[in-house]
Design a protein around this ligand. Sequence first.
Ligand SMILES: Cc1cc2nc3c(=O)[nH]c(=O)nc-3n(C[C@H](O)[C@H](O)[C@H](O)COP(=O)(O)OP(=O)(O)OC[C@H]3O[C@@H](n4cnc5c(N)ncnc54)[C@H](O)[C@@H]3O)c2cc1C
Length: 442
Amino acid sequence: MGPIVDVVPSSADFPRQTEVVVIGGGIVGIATALALVRQGVQTVLLEKGTVAAEQSSRNWGWCRRTGRDIRELPLINASMQLWETMNQTTGRETGFRREGIIYSSRNEQQRERHLRWIEEARQYDIHSQMLGPSELAARVPGLTSSFAGALFTEADGRAEPQKAAPAMAMAAIEAGLNLQQHCAVRTIERSGGRVTQVVTEHGAINCQSVVVAGGAWSRLLLQGCGVEIPQLKVLSTVMRTRPLEADISSCVSLGSVAMRKRLDGGWTIASSATNVVDITPDGLRFMKQFMPAFKVERGALKLKLGARFVEEALLWKPGQADKTSIYERIRVLDPAPHQPSLQQMVGDLKRALPAFDGLQVAQSWAGLIDTMPDAIPVISGVDNVAGLYIATGFSGHGFGIAPAAGQLMADLVQNATPIVDATPYRLSRFTDGELVRAQHWL
Ligand SMILES: Cc1cc2nc3c(=O)[nH]c(=O)nc-3n(C[C@H](O)[C@H](O)[C@H](O)COP(=O)(O)OP(=O)(O)OC[C@H]3O[C@@H](n4cnc5c(N)ncnc54)[C@H](O)[C@@H]3O)c2cc1C
């Protein structure tokens, strides 16, 4: 089971018509809907389960510029500004705090890479610094492991994943959003080169535009209306502890294990060294496109052949308007945590920081990350299908970047001046001859 998420009520009336339908009640869909309704656009958000039950409540909660792909820096800079006022915007506690993010450098080679990133990021007005071993020890007291240094961004922050998207959803409802939960979209219908309606399990909704923000489901949803995106899923495992005192305010990655303080006094702990990639039919289909990213990340990825191959081959089929779909059968994607990762992260943390020796695990969970070959998102219209927009493939970075990603998506839908240049995030980069490459800085 996933973490407990703040509950958001659905709207009373099921709409038959609207300007924009957003599919997906994760933080990206919600941020898009919030930006649209605040600009007076009639918007319906459809969620097959409940708000933020998938990736958006299961993540670490890091709002991070540190070590990001350079192409994402304008977007995350804009996002950090939106996070700064998110509690006022929503009138609620999202848990956002600017307490800094630290990525330790295990060796000289990694330290050099971190230094190069600092140089690159400076042109975006990001002033990260390299901490020496003693400065790292001052920020992470009691550290027993030795590191070559650490990449530190003081103005980075964190928020509470179980609170943030629900708070934004409540604010969007107050601004006019119609939210329908337990409402799976089966198909997106098009006619004469443009979208015309979505068909849900509760009936059809006519609309001018559709935004697909379906996280790990986006590829299947789009496949159903004839649009191909190269997207795979990566399993990442997390746990939270019971309240525990430790004098560390920043989010910290110590190589194999990462931690952040929670508002409830506990810690969210995760493996930053092990993610599991199930071999699936899509994995075989996109093997060539993902190979460069896989080579770069291979130390942190475990390939696994198991039940998911058969499940996806047999069950993960695009929906049909008049039949119960996979989206109704799996209301919430709730994969089992990877037990070896859990054991390893607890052991590594206790060895590195004796203050965590008495930690008690309150809960563990996993999430499936929607990943693109170049590990940056698609925030884009679709050539040749007027009114169809995509915001997906956030590749493990979408929580922090969501406020600005949602604003950018809303700008594209309205054909307004975009909050940042959307060119790097266009869907057509996979087909227009651009060399698709992932960057690896951390
Ligand atoms: C373990 C883990 C750690 C992470 N850590 C961080 C971090 O520290 N910082 C960071 O920035 N990012 C992090 N991420 C990534 C971040 O969580 C995601 O990028 C972000 O939450 C994606 O949001 P989303 O709205 O696109 O997708 P999701 O939150 O996955 O939401 C998609 C929604 O679409 C709905 N949906 C799908 N199909 C349909 C349909 N047919 N009809 C109706 N609804 C549908 C789903 O039910 C789901 O609720 C992490 C992710 C994981 C899994």
